[in-house]
Design a binder for this molecule. Structure first.
Ligand code: PMT
Length: 402
């Protein structure tokens, strides 16, 4: 990591694209925001902007060829380790493909493969190249691995098209890079390194027939916030996610499910490998015993009953076999919150319950904030009303300390 000064080191990787000249402004803006910028260019990038320009801006050697620095025979490793964050700006379709496939055939691609630091990529290219399935699949792969992508904007492209593919604005790129830097250098960034966190989130849908189901109002926000926070704290995360319109977070393994039984099976599959389990899902307690295999027709007769049977109690079952794992449940309560949460803690046998007050408009199902208590056998700790992202971090810190 950067040791020349206290300034965080951003390694700016410039690839061969007409937008390469914008990297000069990016370097300037990073410097203005208190960063040390070092520049690494591909050979192709030097056809668009000369290394001397970046050398003058940064007062640092500009890295280009694998064997250019006789004083540093393993230059890609020192560059990879010196950076606090690596920014690829602009990122061509070629470098994205190399990163996605682990190709390491020049200084930039070997450095990107070797770096332990977070990476931000800012694609810029012709719209056809941008929309090509190969590029989109490569980006998806990178996102899944936790690479941060600043999407290109729409506008006039060098080829004459007016379409998506323009490098994002330098200010936006710098903000995104500083954001990633802040997250990775927060005191919590490595807290969960080595932990494998399994999370349930969202509602379940229990089918009555092929088009109707019994469900609930969970949006999945709380569980997704937990998954993102655990990822940002260094954990490997598996998210078992019920049906939701929200995008699963990047950089976590997401297992989409519909029903309580499917959620149960996915949790049991992932359970052995986990070290911390957090059940934030609102799982249906009952499911239709005999879902129809065809759409039920409306008839003049009232529908007397739908026979329901209990779903598996996922939290109860894993708590009974938790071994050395830390297992945390959630409870959404409208009244006598602490009493019900304590009873749930005992009944389920988990280590802690996050009890949220869902009688309030700013807490619980679908809200962006939560009013919650951390309940263990030692007692109940009241937490302030928090954004779900902040509650997620508070819960994970406490789970770690259990
Ligand atoms: O998704 P959001 O819109 O952000 O809303 C978040 C939330 C309100 C759904 C979440 O914060 C929450 O409180 N989840 C738990 C809801 C609840 O009250 O669950 P419960 O009382 O039915 O179950 C208690 C615990 O057992 C929960 O951890 C639940 O995941 C688990 N459980 C329940 C039933 C079942 N069959 N299996 C389970 O594992």
């Amino acid at each position: 990591m950067s040791d020349r000064t206290d300034e965080p080191c951003v390694l700016v990787c410039v690839t061969g694209c007409i937008a390469a000249y914008k990297a000069c402004e990016i370097v300037r803006l990073l410097q203005k925001r208190g960063c040390r910028a070092k520049v690494l260019m591909t050979e192709h990038a030097t056809k668009f902007v000369g290394p001397t320009t970046f050398r003058s801006l940064t007062h640092e050697k500009v890295a280009v060829g694998l064997f250019d620095d006789p004083e540093d025979p393993i230059h890609h490793i020192s560059l990879a380790q010196e950076a606090d964050v690596v920014l690829v700006a602009p990122a061509t379709a070629n470098i994205l493909a190399k990163m996605a496939h682990g190709i390491a055939d020049d200084l930039m691609s070997t450095t990107l493969l070797a770096t332990p630091s977070p990476i931000v990529v800012t694609p810029a290219m012709n719209v056809g190249m941008w929309e090509a399935p190969a590029t989109q699949e490569n980006l998806e792969t990178l996102r899944r691995r936790g690479v941060n992508v600043v999407e290109p904007g729409e506008g006039y492209l060098a080829c004459g098209d007016v379409a998506k593919g323009r490098l994002a604005e330098p200010e936006q790129i710098v903000e995104a890079t500083l954001d990633v830097l802040a997250r990775s250098s927060s005191p919590d960034a490595k807290l969960l390194a080595g932990e494998r966190v399994l999370i349930t989130a969202g509602p379940t849908h229990e089918p009555i027939d092929p088009v109707r189901y019994i469900g609930n109002r969970s949006s999945g926000k709380m569980g997704i916030a937990l998954a993102e926070a655990a990822r940002d704290m260094g954990a490997q995360v598996t998210l078992v996610l019920g049906p939701t319109s929200l995008e699963p977070p990047r950089g976590v393994t997401c297992i989409p499910v519909e029903t309580a039984q499917q959620m149960h099976d996915a949790v049991i599959d992932a359970f052995d490998a986990s070290t911390i389990v957090i059940c934030a899902a609102a799982v249906a307690d009952y499911t239709p015993a005999h879902p129809a295999d065809h759409k039920l027709k409306k008839s003049a007769e009232p529908l007397d009953s739908v026979e329901l049977v209990q779903t598996p109690d996922i939290l109860g079952e894993i708590s009974a076999h938790k071994g050395g794992r830390r297992v945390i449940g959630f409870a959404a309560e409208t009244d006598r919150l602490l009493e019900h949460a304590q009873a749930k803690l005992e009944r389920k046998g988990c280590d802690a319950i996050v009890a949220n007050d869902v009688s309030r408009a700013d807490s619980g199902f679908g809200s962006d904030t939560d009013k919650a208590w951390w309940v263990t056998s030692d007692g109940a700790e009241e937490l302030p009303t928090l954004a779900k992202a902040d509650l997620a971090r508070a819960v994970l810190r406490r789970a770690y300390d259990l």
